[in-house]
Design a protein around this ligand. Structure first.
Ligand code: PRX
Length: 675
């Protein structure tokens, strides 16, 4: 592994290095991190955050957040027991920190710019208006029986109403769980059941790339199997009427009747703020739990420092609120910092491949944050789609969710940023709450190495673990990426399954948080993420468990067994590849079965989870103890058959030749089809 990483990464670490030009870290323009720490340099702050976390985080939390009751203890954490608590004894309300504090100072500043699907139809919502919407929505929830601690499902694409719904939950102490509006009704039902949501918020329809899609019917189907749901609130995104059933409440009409004032619920620092389901290598998606104060502080601080975000900036993160990036860098971080945050409803190529940059010009976006998959798609088009728009407002470009390859990084930096905007490759996870490794914070003039996440954020202490389970010291080394110190943004548990939280994150390397990713530390001490070490794959920046896809496929009566692995894809990064064993009598109707398998995955998870490749095989390679050897299947799928690695534990080696032959046949068929 170390040798592989060396050969892969050595070249560019020694290659081009860019200096941060417009980053104002450490300069007088930046509002002080804390009066006490204002004079400190970034390395000094980092040292303090790691060596004296109580001093660092205590002073930042006092200065940056408005408390209803001050905290008495900065932290009480013991990673070996999976125990993480920050700002104990303190009480605050997240919506007050995201809204009221700004309404007092600049009520008419735009909080949101809703960049709707049709270019040029954006809607601005000021901080005053967003507070009003949030309070009306909070009162609507309250008058329909939602109380502190109740779970609320939000199945809506990004919009001001969806953001107000999240903040309304925060206002009254309810716990939101946003479910990406592309998930199937069955996936939605599974999440609602696990969280036992009392109500669901949705829209009649969604709009994307000029097309309308139904949101109400998947909700109707889902709630049939969710006895906990008492009401479904339906927001009217389009003029098309949605059929209303006995659970349904028209959201805008209900909000009209409510007061625009809603007293904020005092919340303990460690009360739940939200849960968000994410995939792991085994089992069903898990409900990752984030709490109030630590999460908010961490997203606000990373948002400011990593992106060099100043009050009044227009921050353009194109993520959907159904993912953690949308939670932390569309909603909570930017609003806590008083920024104007963009809500992007469309796609990078609608109505044409210039959409992002036309939006940058029209809205005057200062920081643009997106996924490498979109960059890889856009760089295939002519540069004129970028160059014809004025991008002088941009100061920082950010990338998230998957490794950014060199070609994409260079295009982002040189074409989009005209070689003057630092590109920050940000590594983090649903579980980390906010960015953990990124080129910033760093002093002005510090280098940025292309396609590298580089520097741990304040309070983050990365450790690379070797095969024997011990930390690998020194530089130019690789290992399993762990974080050895708790930070305020880390998830506190998996909803109603603390044991799973312990097992997944703290068992492999006791006392350390194990990220599931591998990383390389360069000779200069910078970090490069090398990819997942478990059975999690990343399709266009969306996280999927191969086990989840296998579970869906295995439900087919003609399919006794499947194995799903990932293969590289030049735009999506990775895509699922399914090896399928069929019952003997099913092979005649193979094509029909494969079509049904596609449908099964789409209906059980989501369309984006449907494997791009299905290869029917007679048997799967297994160890003598019956474990499927996915490692070998991945090599075959990736056409790396000259080095299949150690086959000594394989039960019957003849299966390999069989699968390679089937794969060669499949490839040839594919080529024929293409021609
Ligand atoms: O494998 C890493 C990859 O995405 C995983 C986390 O996925 P999720 O929880 O959905 O959160 C995505 C948005 C933060 C990680 O374990 N990943 C995320 N950012 C990067 C990355 N891989 C490489 N480079 C990154 N910058």
């Amino acid at each position: 592994m170390a040798a592989l990483c060396r050969s892969l990464f050595h070249g560019f670490v020694k290659g081009n290095v860019y200096r941060q030009t417009s980053c104002r870290s450490g300069s007088s323009v930046r509002p002080p991190l804390s009066s006490m720490l204002a004079a400190a340099s970034c390395p000094e702050l980092r040292r303090l955050s790691v060596e004296e976390p109580e001093v660092f985080w205590g002073s930042v939390a006092r200065e940056r957040l408005r408390w209803i009751r001050p905290f008495q203890q900065v932290k009480d954490c013991d990673m070996s027991r999976g125990k993480v608590s920050w700002f104990l004894g303190g009480q605050l309300n997240v919506s007050v920190n995201c809204l009221d504090v700004h309404v007092e100072k600049h009520p008419e500043r735009a909080a949101l710019i809703w960049e709707r699907d049709e270019p040029g139809t954006e809607v601005k919502v000021t901080y005053r208006e967003l507070l009003e919407m949030t309070c009306r929505l909070a009162n609507t929830l309250k008058s329909h029986g939602v109380r502190k601690g109740d779970r609320v499902a939000i199945y809506m694409p990004v919009s001001p109403t969806a953001v107000a719904a999240m903040l309304a939950c925060a206002r009254i102490g309810a716990v939101h769980t946003v479910v990406f509006a592309g998930f199937s009704s069955e996936a939605l039902a599974g999440r609602i059941q696990d969280a036992e949501c009392k109500v669901v918020l949705t829209c009649n329809q969604g709009v994307r790339a000029g097309r309308l899609f139904d949101l109400k019917s998947p909700v109707d189907t889902a709630v049939k199997s969710c006895p906990s749901v008492q009401h479904v609130f339906v927001s009217q995104r389009t003029t098309s009427p949605a059929p209303m059933g006995k659970l349904d409440v028209q959201l805008e009409e209900a909000m009209e009747k409510e007061s625009a004032i809603c007293p904020p619920e005092p919340m303990d620092s460690e009360d739940m703020l939200f849960m968000l389901y994410t995939s792991g290598s085994t089992g069903k998606p898990k409900g990752i739990v984030h709490t109030q104060a630590g999460y908010l502080l961490y997203t606000a601080l990373t948002h400011q420092y990593v992106f060099d975000c100043q009050p009044g900036d227009v921050f353009g993160c194109v993520a959907d609120i159904g993912w953690i990036t949308g939670h932390s860098y569309v909603v909570y971080g930017p609003l806590c910092n008083g920024t104007t945050t963009m809500l992007f409803e469309s796609t990078p190529v609608y109505p044409d491949p210039g959409r992002y940059w036309e939006t940058v010009e029209r809205l005057g976006i200062n920081q643009f944050y997106g996924a490498p998959t979109a960059i890889r798609l856009l760089l295939k088009y002519d540069e004129s789609w970028v160059r014809k728009y004025n991008r002088s407002s941009l100061r920082t470009l950010g990338s998230v969710g998957e490794p950014i390859n060199h070609e994409a990084w260079d295009w982002f930096y040189n074409v989009v940023g005209d070689g003057r905007c630092p590109v920050v490759d940000t590594w983090w996870q649903t579980e980390t709450g906010g960015i953990c490794i990124a080129p910033r914070p760093a002093e002005q003039g510090a280098e940025i190495v292309p396609a590298m996440a580089m520097r741990p954020f304040f309070g983050i202490q990365p450790v690379l673990m070797g095969e024997e389970g011990r930390p690998v010291s020194g530089n130019d080394v690789s290992g399993a990426l762990c974080l050895s110190q708790p930070w305020p943004g880390i998830a506190r548990t998996i909803f109603r399954d603390h044991q799973r939280y312990m097992d997944v994150y703290f068992k492999a390397y006791p006392g350390h948080y194990f990220t599931g990713d591998g990383a390389y530390r360069s000779p200069e001490g910078y970090y490069q993420i090398t990819g997942r070490m478990d059975d999690v794959i990343n399709v266009s920046g969306h996280r999927l468990g191969t086990a989840e896809i296998e579970d869906a496929l295995d439900e087919h009566p003609a399919v006794p067994e499947t194995a799903v692995v990932s293969v590289s894809h030049d735009i999506k990064g990775e895509v699922p590849f399914a090896f399928v064993v069929l019952k003997d009598d099913a092979s005649l109707e193979q094509m029909a079965v494969l079509e049904e398998l596609r449908g099964l995955v789409a209906s059980k998870i989501a369309k984006y989870a449907v494997p791009n490749h299905f290869l029917v095989v007679k048997r799967l390679p297994k160890t003598r103890s019956g474990k499927i050897m996915r490692r070998i299947l991945r090599k075959i799928a990736m056409e790396q058959t000259d080095n299949l690695g150690d086959l000594s534990t394989l039960d019957d080696p003849s299966v390999i030749t069989e699968i390679i032959q089937a794969h060669t046949h499949y490839k040839n068929q594919h080529k024929k089809k293409k021609n």
